[in-house]
Design a protein around this ligand. Structure first.
Ligand code: DP6
Length: 323
């Protein structure tokens, strides 16, 4: 039994930053993201009774990856199977540079794994399962705007993503300014753990993120791009502020990231509504209205290694299934 699935990566406009349960990957706060069309992972899973071990091939190279190994065990436990997995994955995302390759990777893996096991799981189930690979992967199961509800239950059964699609998705562009495509120094997992354990700003972050999310939902429902942009920018900055309070302090900002932020502010001063956000890496993601995407891309092109214009991406899907 073999199946192939595709999932797109997502960029959080309201960040997930900090876990309340490390083992179950339960977030301290709910988050909201925009799924993007340009970056995705395509993964084939085959459950093979005759293999003696799991195999994971990423972009043509055989890999050993502790997170993937744990996730395969999780799938076997969930699906009640004992077969070994043969996984072939193509990552169309600059790996580990703050572009959330793990989000699309685990969403595609969960969907392909379930389908290859002959199951017809709901997207809600796939989202909950993908969460065990990487929290942000729960959101990559859906397209457009997506909310990952933090949930209340200690077992995490109510912690999964739901679509929050709105017409505004089709009017919005996300311009990625790639500052570096090198592996990040502090992974999001380690960065958020250190923040939770040591930053005095963490508690404040959690309550601010909940307030930002409520305002963001209203702004999206009102199709108010400016408000969406303002909330996105301030939420991202609050998340990054927590890292400066950690012990030892750390930051994902690089000189070029700060220059790009300045350029975005300059665009606004010149009447172009554009707003930035950053994740656990130095790249800057800028949201703007579609009619301004080329102006924004041009402005940032001199400051970044590469500039890519993205639009709303679709939900994860199974593209082939052989029983
Ligand atoms: C800054 O989902 O990569 O991109 O759950 O530990 O695997 P783990 O973390 P991950 O964290 C993403 C953090 C972020 C913000 C976001 O995407 O919400």
């Amino acid at each position: 039994m073999r199946a192939t699935a595709i999932a797109h990566t997502n960029v959080a406009l309201i960040k997930y930053w900090g876990k309340r349960d490390e083992h179950l990957i339960l977030p301290a706060n709910s988050s909201l993201s925009f799924t993007v069309d340009k970056f995705y992972t395509k993964t084939t899973v085959e459950w093979d009774k005759n293999s003696a071990q799991d195999t994971f091939i990423l972009n043509g190279e055989q890999k050993t990856d502790a997170k993937v190994a744990r996730f395969i065990d999780k799938m076997r436990e969930e699906f009640g199977i004992t077969s070994k997995a043969i996984i072939t994955s193509e990552n169309h995302v600059p790996t580990a540079a703050g572009l959330a390759s793990s989000a699309s990777a685990f969403a595609a893996l969960a969907l392909a794994g379930s389908s290859a096991a002959g199951r017809d799981d709901t997207k809600e189930y796939i989202s909950r399962l993908a969460r065990f690979g990487s929290g942000s992967a729960s959101r990559s199961v859906f397209g457009d705007f997506v909310i990952w509800e933090k949930g209340q239950q200690p077992d995490g059964n109510d912690s999964f993503a739901i679509p929050f699609t709105n017409k505004l998705c089709d009017k919005m562009s996300l311009v990625v300014a790639v500052v570096s495509d090198k592996e990040k120094k502090v992974s999001s997992r380690d960065g958020m753990r250190l923040t939770v354990e040591t930053s005095p700003f963490f508690e404040k972050w959690v309550s601010a993120a909940e307030t930002d999310l409520e305002e963001m939902k209203k702004a999206i429902l009102n199709e108010d791009f400016i408000k969406v942009g303002e909330i996105t920018e301030r939420n991202g900055m609050k998340m990054h502020a927590t890292t400066l309070g950690a012990e030892p302090p750390f930051t994902y900002f690089q000189p070029q990231s700060l220059e790009i932020m300045d350029a975005v502010r300059e665009l606004r001063e010149n009447g172009i509504p554009a707003y930035f956000t950053m994740d656990a890496g130095p790249n800057v993601k800028v949201i703007c209205e579609r009619e301004n995407e080329n102006i924004v891309a041009e402005k940032l092109s001199g400051l970044a290694k590469n500039v890519l214009i993205c639009h709303a991406g679709k939900e994860a899907s199974v593209i082939s299934d052989e029983k």
